[in-house]
Design a binder for this molecule. Sequence first.
Ligand code: FES
Ligand code: FES
Length: 80
Amino acid sequence: MTETPKIAQKAPFPVEVTEGKTYFWCACGKSSKQPFCDGSHKDTGFNPVKYTAEASKKVFFCGCKNSDKQPLCDGSHAKL
Ligand code: FES
Ligand code: FES
């Protein structure tokens, strides 16, 4: 059985990331600190996806959890 992630929202989360900083994106969709992991994946088959910012800029983290370019939005939310 393949687990389906919970759709946190059908839109990306814009975040100003800081160069060199590491972020843990929530893959399961259950975190209450979207788009980041808060440990709620504990009883799921999901693990957070690590993202290290290469530059300080605004990036769009996937909120629907169905992106093929996790942890970032690739537009897949439009097809849900
Ligand atoms: Fe979703 Fe950790 S809470 S991956
Ligand atoms: Fe998931 Fe855009 S929010 S692909």
